[in-house]
Write a protein that binds this ligand. Structure first.
Ligand code: FCB
Length: 440
């Protein structure tokens, strides 16, 4: 019987990722809270409410993370708590974050701190949010306060989470606040976010010698439904350019791609110490002149395995593809998010094993991936989908706040502790993968 073990590099970090608004609870001062009060905005009329109660007791979930053998935890700082009105800093909020970061340290867990993860202070939203060029200096001021207050506990900073998703869902699809459908504005928002990233990158390095600064970039593949159709190929390529390539072109290559801009992106080149990858799925795209901006319609092949809740195609190979693409930048990569919505945990163990197998393959090809953060530790408020998409390794009953481990949590813990995928784990959690992962 062959006994292959997929070992990961000795210093590889295993973690989970979260975001303030999705877990803290009672974030009443941001634009999402406001959005949740409007009828029809969130699936089934759900609200974030108390969320996972992290503002009171993140420590209980940090205990779970520690008991699972995790060494990294990505969390975000809620701008609306820190800066309650323009220029007005609430130091008690910063104290609470210091307490949380100390709690992680006590548990041997290194934090990765995201400075902006989709939620904006309401006062900023009322000034036009990220479509207002003033946001760049507002963001810098906030970042300065956070890095000064928390720099003692953190050196790994993620400026922004998924500017491409924020701009697309808020300003093209209109399913995130402010619910607009305006391509020009989406491009402007993305441009300001990338400029704010570059400014924050430089600022953080001025404030902290040991800082390591990056951004979490969502890569989603857009493949032509019919690879022989020039029109399908063209629309898939347009979506790929807009969604996947503009971000790294600006902040790594120093080039604006249309529609975000044209030509050199001054002062933006090489403003990354690492790039974060958030990977979930891909779309197959067909040309359709009625499909709105980009003329691409999403299709699924009949044999495609789908994820729960309409979340898209189950496509673990995409992780390796995304890593190969990012490897061209020649800088370290962190997997800042990867996961699957799955209430009954019937797909997640296999999803975990397959994604980690593709990660392992990328590592064998010398792609410098330093960490993997699973999205997410505990079921949380999934934005416009409310509580309908449970991404947690741990299940949470919203009414009682009771947690219950899913089998995937045990699998992930075993992988993290052993820093390896063993045949025993494959046999115990997804024996159907034996032919692929352990061919005789
Ligand atoms: C990502 C977001 C994260 C979470 C996952 C499922 O796009 O960054 O907050 O919603 O999707």
């Amino acid at each position: 019987m062959p006994y292959a073990i997929y070992h990961f590099p000795p210093n590889f970090r295993w973690g989970v990722a979260t975001a303030s608004h999705q877990v803290e609870g009672d974030n009443k001062r941001n634009q999402w809270w406001n959005w949740e009060q409007q009828p029809g905005r969130i699936a089934e009329g759900h609200r974030s409410g108390l969320a996972c109660n992290w503002w009171q007791n993140a420590e209980a979930d940090f205990d779970y993370a520690m008991s699972m053998g995790l060494t990294s935890l990505r969390l975000s700082i809620e701008w609306s708590r820190v800066e309650v009105a323009p220029g007005e800093i609430d130091t008690t909020a910063l104290d609470r974050y210091r307490e949380m970061l100390q709690a992680l340290k006590d548990r041997g867990i290194t934090p990765m701190v995201t400075l902006h993860h989709f939620s904006d202070p309401l006062w900023l939203a009322q000034k036009g949010g990220w479509s207002n060029p003033a946001v760049i200096s507002y963001f810098s001021h906030y970042v300065e306060q956070v890095v000064q207050a928390l720099g003692e506990f953190a050196t790994c900073w993620c400026t922004l989470n998924e500017p491409n998703v924020y701009a697309s869902l808020g300003y093209i699809r209109g399913v995130f606040p402010p619910g607009e459908q305006n391509i020009k504005k989406a491009a402007l928002v993305l441009r300001h976010m990338l400029q704010a990233h570059a400014a924050a990158y430089k600022l953080i390095h001025r404030l902290q010698a040991a800082a390591s600064v990056g951004l979490a970039h969502n890569i989603r593949f857009f493949d032509p439904v019919n690879p022989r159709s020039p029109r399908d190929r063209m629309v898939a390529r347009i979506q790929d350019l807009w969604f996947n390539r503009t971000t790294t072109a600006a902040i790594w290559n120093g080039i604006w791609l249309p529609p975000v801009g044209y030509g050199p992106a001054f002062g933006m080149r090489h403003t990354l110490d690492w790039i974060g990858l958030n990977y979930y799925t891909r779309d197959l795209i067909a040309y359709d002149k009625n499909a709105g901006p980009g003329y691409g319609r999403v299709e699924r092949t009949p044999d495609a395995e789908l994820m729960d809740g309409g979340y898209g195609e189950f496509y673990p190979e995409g992780l390796a593809r995304a890593l190969r693409r990012l490897a061209r930048l020649g800088i370290p990569i962190h997997i800042t998010e990867n996961g699957i919505p799955d209430t009954d945990d019937d797909q997640r163990p296999r999803a975990l094993l397959l994604h980690l197998y593709h990660l392992w393959r990328a590592l064998q090809g010398n792609i410098p991936v330093q960490s993997y953060h699973h999205w997410t530790l505990v079921d949380n408020f999934e934005w416009a989908e409310g509580w309908t998409l449970p991404f947690g390794l741990i299940e949470m009953d919203l009414r009682t706040q009771k947690r219950k481990s899913r089998p995937s949590a045990d699998l992930y813990a075993a992988i993290a502790r052993g820093n390896a995928i063993t045949p025993e784990l494959i046999d115990a959690y997804a024996p159907e993968l034996r032919p692929l992962l352990l061919p005789v």
